[in-house]
Design a protein around this ligand. Structure first.
Ligand code: AMP
Ligand code: GLY
Length: 423
């Protein structure tokens, strides 16, 4: 079997390492992959958004199955284009990926089908949005409709900040056409939980829950990033809350998409906030999270490829999806200065004593050396019987990986450990 994985970050590295456990798979091509992924897959220099080139490559190389991992190609219709050429895929079709591709779509869907989420208004012209903000409750949350590299959400603490946010999105177009429409929504509070799930449009199987750490610095300070670390499971996500989410959010979402003629197949990611009024949806993502995948897949005991095939063939109810009851922690090592300015091109050195999972996110190979090539450079995932063990083990392993301007948070898992103590 020959497989294509579209994408080239830490998430894709984790997906590829997991797929490799299946003995049916002979070759995995990563499009474009990266210098670290090159140890586990054949990297081909085709960009994740270059749908035509991805399809041509898959056809020419008689690819048996494709996994489309990032949001951009999914929203652009990579799965539709590949399947039109007879190549089965894991990932939602374009008309279902809109769940992440348009916040206006997802908010309206939730309202129509009674799925709990923050109260909101949609605006397509700036003057009405500014007028609304004269009386809107503060703090408030302003979201660009379309994809914005994970940066399209602005939380405003004052009315002036809120108006400024609307102007930068709708007038200055900092997110381009993604800001033609905006959502202004109620500010919610409570612990956040990421729940990734497998679904074939009929059955939905949640994966183990996780907690992301989005801010750049310790104590959740600094700018928002793609994610500086994760732990799984998330101690806030009790069995009772899980049951409630299944009934009030997960199943209703799948049913809603079916009712709209947009069957959802692939990984559906629920970004939840556990508010005093119950769990609510903050966002849907049409893909595996990054770096959530780097703690969730190492805990998957079942065969990822078997699950992906079953999702594609709409027989998810026939396969086993089993997670270990251990804990995982992933610490992201980034280039100092990320998510703003940073230097790159430093050699990544891994000591022989390193004994955890290493997922490379931003690196390239040059003269046989692995050099840093991005903001988030790599993730170190360790497994433990307890959350405390997993956190300690991943931090121990950071001693064995180095590059000149390495930066990482020192408190990944701290909030989760505090929560587990309180419980
Ligand atoms: P997103 O880019 O959609 O993941 O949003 C980034 C972050 O903004 C989320 O992880 C939340 O912490 C925060 N956020 C988004 N929507 C709200 C909301 N309605 N209330 C409070 N915080 C929010
Ligand atoms: N870690 C958040 C995301 O993948 O969107």
């Amino acid at each position: 079997m020959k497989i294509v994985v579209v994408g080239g970050g830490g998430r894709e590295h984790a997906i590829i390492k997991s797929l490799k456990k299946n003995s049916e798979i002979e070759t995995i091509y990563a499009l474009p992959g990266n210098g670290g992924i090159a140890q586990d897959a054949v990297c081909v220099n085709i960009g994740a958004k270059d749908i035509d080139a991805i399809v041509d490559f898959a056809v020419e190389n008689k690819i048996d199955f494709a996994v489309v991992a990032p949001d951009d190609p999914l929203v652009l219709g990579a799965v539709d284009a590949l399947e039109a050429k007879g190549i089965p895929c894991f990932g939602p079709a374009k008309n279902a990926a809109i769940l992440e591709g348009s916040k206006v779509f997802s908010k309206n869907l939730m309202k129509k089908y009674g799925i709990p989420t923050a109260e909101y208004e949609v605006f397509s012209d700036m003057e009405s949005a500014l007028a609304y903000l004269e009386t809107a409750p503060i703090p408030t949350v302003i979201k660009a409709d379309g994809l914005a590299l994970g940066k399209g959400v602005l939380i405003a603490q004052t009315r002036d900040e809120a108006k400024q946010a609307v102007r930068t999105i709708m007038e200055d177009k900092i997110f381009g056409a993604s800001g033609n429409n905006i959502v202004i929504e109620e500010f919610l509070t409570g612990p956040e939980v990421s729940v990734l799930s497998f679904t074939d449009g009929k059955t939905l199987v949640p994966m183990v829950s996780s907690m992301d750490h989005k801010r750049a610095h310790d104590n959740d300070e600094g700018l928002n990033t793609g994610g500086m670390g994760t732990v799984a499971p998330n101690p806030y996500y009790t069995d009772e809350i899980a049951e409630r989410c299944m009934k009030e959010i997960f199943i209703p979402t799948i049913n809603a998409m079916n009712s709209e003629g947009r069957k959802y197949k692939g990984c559906l990611y629920f970004g939840l906030m556990l508010t005093p009024n119950g769990p609510k949806v903050i966002e849907y993502n049409c893909r595996f999270g990054d770096p959530e995948t780097q703690v969730v897949l190492p805990l998957l005991e079942s065969d990822l490829f078997e699950i992906m095939k079953a999702v594609n063939e709409e027989r998810l109810d026939e396969v086993e999806v089993k997670f270990s009851n251990k804990n995982a922690c992933c610490v992201i090592m980034a280039s100092d200065g990320y998510p703003e300015k940073y230097n790159k091109g430093f050699e990544i050195k891994v000591d022989d004593r390193f004994s955890a999972e290493l997922y490379i996110a931003g690196a390239k190979l040059a003269d046989g050396k692995l050099l840093t090539d991005g903001g988030r450079v790599l993730g170190i995932t360790a497994i433990g019987d307890t959350l405390k063990d997993a956190v300690a083990a991943s931090y121990e392993q950071t001693d064995f990986v180095s590059f000149d301007n390495a930066y990482f948070r020192k408190d990944i898992g701290k909030r989760a450990l505090d929560a587990a103590k309180e419980a």
